[in-house]
Design a binder for this molecule. Structure first.
Ligand code: HEM
Length: 478
């Protein structure tokens, strides 16, 4: 894999220098643009919708725009996941979990996880109850703050959703509910935030130059990466142990119990192991927590920037539900405008993020270029979710009404914040339900206003899961 010659008919891109490949040019672009997604945009402007680069030992292709992303996420040849040192280190040197695995192993595990999640978390009643409870705790917490400060309070909005989103995942996985100040759940949140803000979709220095993890483990990012993962392994190993101690096959409380039952079944396939259970727990928390939390963060940021959208959503909630009871998932069909606020929030979060890296499982073609086996493929979702050619008009405007056609919600094919194809997100139902109920509950009870001297910025903090910059709002009781 040290062969650094450019393959014939590989996508165009910056010049490949011996050893470093295009690292220097990419570093400069990243510094000047400030984020990976803007870097991808700059590359596309120069080289076209499919750009090929080399960084150290990695060959990477950036797909830009809905057409190119749609092509690579739907072709089976590109359904592999990268398997370099960066990806293996997270699961103790082996390929485990569902987020970064492929082939038959991934198919079996994905099928099992999806089926079980539907039963324990995605089933409408349990899911609605779980999120409603979190919504009412959030409302009570804000009301207490308002009571203490006399009618209105100032809240850091990017910071208030994390624990509640984690708690819904926690309940689904373990069957237990935690209070929002539970020490364990707070500890998990700190680990996840740490990991997802320090790691980037295109890897780290040690992933492009694996030798550096031995030569300079601190500088190459290896020690930090391994350290955070070790904390996560310890955390989940302990939780699985606790679940095992109270396990009763006749009373399955959540996903972990169901997986343990499978482990005791004579029918289980080889890929089902306790290590795999730990990896799935990590994956679902990594994939499900910060994505949902940051979607809510961006949603409220845009509700501050677009007060008329907030007012319209509140009017709809008042008309359909009133103030005597909290919204539930059953209200979704009748809260059309709120549902469209959710779609726009997802689009705005997605537009800062990337598809999880894919890998060419064999030599294949993308947009007419040869993509050799084991090339990593990255897709900037902004390029698809802001793509005017695909059909987005005024993409930078937060406009829930763009989804309403002839009085009905119409979600266009180019709405792909959850990806596309066989690796499409496994938590879409839960994520959309979470965002919907929390937005509806909060707007029913409060009005959120930008502080006069602190207009929130739609700019973002880069990372695997990009988030809004810290911002505060004035919250008043309705
Ligand atoms: C707003 C919230 C979310 C967004 C925007 C989101 C987005 C995505 C995207 C873009 C992908 C990559 C698809 C691909 O690689 O082609 C993905 C995959 C995945 N997501 Fe989500 N996600 C969200 C919430 C969740 C939740 C709540 C869970 C779990 C409970 C979850 C679990 C997963 C898993 C396991 C995968 C990997 C699927 C596979 O490779 O087969 N996600 N998600």
């Amino acid at each position: 894999y040290l062969d650094t010659r450019k393959p014939k008919n590989f996508p165009p891109g910056p010049r490949w220098y011996p050893l470093i490949g295009c690292a220097w040019e990419l570093y400069k672009l990243r510094k000047s643009t400030g984020s990976l997604s803007k870097t991808t945009g700059a590359l596309a402007a120069k080289y076209g919708p499919v750009t090929g680069v080399r960084i150290g030992t990695d060959r990477i292709v950036f797909a830009y725009g809905f057409k190119a992303i749609h092509e690579f996420t739907t072709k089976d040849e590109f359904n592999g996941r990268p398997h370099g040192i960066f990806y293996r280190t997270r699961t103790w040197g082996k390929r485990r979990g569902v987020l970064l695995t492929d082939s038959e192993f991934w198919q079996d595990q994905r099928k099992f996880v999806l089926r079980q999640l539907r039963e324990f978390g995605f089933g409408k009643k349990t899911m609605s109850n779980m999120i409603e409870e979190e919504g009412s705790v959030l409302i009570e917490n804000i009301k207490k703050k308002i009571d203490n400060t006399g009618g209105a309070c100032v809240i850091r909005m990017d910071d208030i959703f994390g624990i509640h989103v984690l708690n819904t995942l926690w309940t689904m996985m373990t069957g237990n509910k935690c209070s929002s100040d539970d020490k364990e759940i707070r500890r998990l949140q700190v680990i996840l935030t740490d990991l997802l803000s320090k790691v980037h979709m295109d890897g780290a220095l040690f992933s492009h130059y694996p030798i550096l993890r031995h030569l300079c483990p601190d500088y190459s990012g290896y020690n930090m990466y391994l350290g955070i993962h070790k904390r996560m392994w310890r955390f989940f190993a302990l939780e699985i142990q606790k679940i095992k101690e109270t396990y009763n096959p006749y009373d399955l409380r959540g996903f972990m119990d169901v997986y343990l039952k499978m482990l005791n079944s004579p029918k289980k396939k080889e890929s089902f192991t306790e290590g795999q259970l730990l990896a799935i727990c990590m994956d679902l928390f990594i994939a499900g927590s910060e994505t949902t939390t940051k979607t809510l963060g961006f949603g409220f940021l845009y509700l501050l920037l677009y007060p008329e959208v907030q007012r319209k959503a509140q009017e709809e909630i008042d008309r359909v539900i009133g103030r005597d009871r909290l919204p539930t998932l059953n209200d979704r069909p009748n809260l059309q405008y709120v549902e469209c606020v959710v779609l726009e929030s997802l689009r705005m979060f997605g537009a800062k993020a990337f598809i999880i890296p894919h890998r060419a499982a064999k030599d294949a073609y993308l947009n007419g270029y040869l993509i050799p086996k084991d090339t990593i493929l990255l897709g900037s979702l902004q390029s698809a979710l802001y793509d005017k050619e695909a059909g987005w008009e005024n993409p930078e405007v937060f406009d829930p009404e763009r989804y309403i056609k002839d009085g009905n919600i119409h979600v266009p094919d180019h709405f792909i914040p959850f990806g596309f194809g066989k690796h499409r997100c496994m938590g879409e139902t839960l994520a959309r339900a979470n965002v919907f109920l929390i937005v509806a509950c909060l707007l029913q009870n409060f009005t959120f206003t930008a502080l006069p001297n602190e207009p929130p910025s739609p700019d973002f903090v880069d990372g695997v899961t990009p988030g809004p910059k810290p911002f505060r709002a004035l919250v008043t009781l309705r």
